[in-house]
Design a protein around this ligand. Structure first.
Ligand code: SF4
Length: 248
């Protein structure tokens, strides 16, 4: 599948030239069907090389459930760090136990308290590099994410199909889902979620960099009180394929 063919498919989806309009004007059922259509396209064209990135958050659980409905043999990967909360680790272990097609990656580098002084570098070592490793080892040519364009200030410009890296398509099938529609899906299809959401978190990451807030911005509790507040770890903003591992 060439990049231009992916672009042609994207353009064939109704309304894809104005995603902001679709966010507000497609209803829940239409968004679910659109997500399945995107997933079908990915599995038809990339087969086993279409792989789900599962961050263990609510959006990832929606995309993992949808992907399994479209392709029961779908493969996925999780990147964990030794800073993940105990609840997240337990949730991950149960999920992997029930889903042997999910492979876990993580860095063995010791970074001490780097998140306090240089969170970008910490994320680079503990998150971005293991994702690159997963992309290489699993021979991923289409990675499927749970990214949504209404999550926060850094996520407004993504498309449902992206061609950022040479040889690596990124598919965002639930890009149009609002937070409410994510919870609607999880409730209707009885998909398990990390118990930390019940405490008030709306976006989950590593323990030292994740807070409960009352801000409107869904990702406002990520890297609170730092220059990275509400930002990104880097996996959605950096190249992932055929990149030399950083000298860390
Ligand atoms: S979220 Fe925080 S602890 Fe986790 S990798 Fe990034 S900076 Fe490090």
């Amino acid at each position: 599948m060439s990049a231009s063919a992916a672009s042609t498919f994207q353009k064939s989806l109704p309304g894809s030239e104005d995603l902001a309009y679709l966010v507000d004007n497609l209803h829940f059922g239409q968004k679910v069907e659109r997500a399945k259509q995107l997933l079908r396209w990915a599995f038809d064209n990339y087969g086993d090389n279409a792989v789900v990135a599962n961050s263990l958050g609510k959006d990832s659980m929606v995309i993992w459930d949808l992907a399994k409905r479209v392709n029961p043999n779908v493969k996925g990967f999780i990147v964990t760090t030794y800073y993940k909360p105990a609840e997240t680790i337990e949730f991950m272990n149960n999920l992997v136990n029930d889903n042997p097609n999910l492979k876990v990656y993580g860095s063995a580098h010791k970074v001490d308290d780097l998140y306090k002084t240089d969170p970008d570098k910490c994320c680079q070592i503990l998150k971005v590099e293991p994702v690159r490793q997963a992309v290489e080892e699993l021979n991923v040519s289409c990675w499927i994410t749970g990214l949504r364009c209404t999550e926060g200030r850094t996520r407004t410009d993504f498309k449902e199909i992206e061609e950022r890296d040479e040889g690596l398509i990124k598919l965002n099938p639930i890009l149009l889902f609002k937070e409410r529609e994510v919870w609607q899906y999880l409730a209707l299809f009885q998909v398990p979620v990390n118990p930390l959401y019940a405490e008030g978190y709306r976006s989950l990451g590593c323990a030292p960099c994740t807070s409960i807030t009352t801000e409107d911005n869904e990702r406002a509790g990520r890297w609170l009180n730092s220059s990275k507040c509400g930002g990104e770890c880097g996996i959605h903003t950096q190249p992932l394929k055929d990149v030399k591992t950083a000298n860390v």
